[in-house]
Ligand binder design. Structure first.
Ligand code: MTE
Length: 314
């Protein structure tokens, strides 16, 4: 597959690019996936040391301070565990994230399943510090560990029909109590990107944060991170990725199309029907800050949306 990829200036994130090297003879299958990632992160500890998550990080000419880890891992949205921000941390510890397989199918050369551990051995891990803006008008700054989604797309080899990528969260009501108890949302949670958005180097599949494996409440073992879109696009605990010809409906779009668009692009000029999006509450800090178009990443990605009427939800 041939795609035109722009080179993203590194001013938008600090990059640590590392091949995940597994020593010859490592019994990968015998290692729990989390332990494997923890071992790799430990190996890279020295590299990461200079990037203390609590430091201020330069982004787009300004200084950004990472949200405290305790806050980012205890104030969460993960409706499979309940409505309250504290539910995910209190209830997600039972989520079994190993073994974990990801099914890749749809408009690709050959559908396949890949284990999380195999996938880790095929990609380059990076640390990226991104703004994270929820549609509920709050924000954080998160140091993610993950890999560019385009690496997985290249492994999948989509055919010329593929125009959209759909991600699905594991469906298992035994582990995700809300999936069984009530139809709050049309579970399993699904999210969709256009293929060109998915190929953008800013788009990550995260496996860790704060230099550690992702905790279950933040979407272990694998979640999407699209920093210029509202947080609802960043689907957690993914176990299926499909390449599609026609645009499917994503979970929030199906739930309430007047409030949650397909694109979910951060835009201070487009109010949510029930509140303004002009400013955001920075979790862990006092007061509000102005919200930036495309969450501060406009120079990288605004070309995707030329010609779209920003006042409409698509
Ligand atoms: N993914 C799943 N499967 N279920 C969810 O409820 N919530 C979304 C997104 N991904 C959600 C999800 C929303 S609304 C937000 S704001 C972010 O996850 C929150 O991510 P965080 O808890 O890591 O901050």
């Amino acid at each position: 597959m041939k795609q035109d990829l722009e080179i993203t200036p590194e001013k938008f994130f600090k990059v640590r690019r590392r091949f995940l090297k597994l020593g010859a003879g490592t019994l990968v299958s015998a290692l729990m996936a989390d332990n494997l990632l923890a071992a790799v992160l430990k190996e890279q500890e020295l590299e990461f040391k200079e990037m203390n998550a609590q430091e201020a990080f330069a982004l787009n000419g300004e200084l950004l301070e990472a949200t405290k880890e305790e806050i980012a891992t205890s104030y969460n949205n993960f409706y499979e565990f309940g409505f309250f921000k504290t539910d995910p941390k209190n209830k997600a510890h039972s989520l079994k994230t190993s073994p974990w397989d990801i099914r890749i199918e749809g408009e690709i050369e050959e559908p396949f399943s890949i284990s999380y551990t195999d996938l880790l051995s095929k990609v380059h891990l990076v640390e990226r510090v991104y703004r994270f803006r929820c549609v509920e008008a709050w924000s954080m700054v998160i140091p993610w560990v993950g890999f560019e989604l385009r690496e997985l797309i290249e492994l999948a080899r989509p055919n010329a029909n593929a125009k959209y990528v759909r991600f699905t969260t594991l469906y298992d009501p035994k582990q995700f109590p809300m999936q069984g108890i009530m139809q709050l949302l049309d579970f399993p949670y699904k999210e969709v990107l256009r293929l060109d958005e998915a190929m953008h180097p800013l788009t990550l599949l995260a496996v860790g944060m704060y230099k550690k494996p992702l905790p279950p409440q933040n979407g272990a073992p694998l979640r999407l991170v699209v920093p210029w879109k509202y947080g609802y696009k960043s689907i957690k605990s993914i176990n299926k990725i499909e390449f599609l010809k026609d645009k499917p409906i994503s979970t929030w779009e199906a739930e309430n199309p007047k409030e949650y668009g397909f694109y979910g692009n951060v835009d201070p000029e487009v109010s949510h029907p029930r509140w303004s999006q002009k400013s955001e509450r920075v979790i862990g800090k006092r007061g509000q800050i102005a919200t930036l178009y495309l969450n501060g990443y406009a120079s990288e990605v605004e070309h995707f949306y030329q010609g779209l009427d920003r006042t409409k939800l698509y």
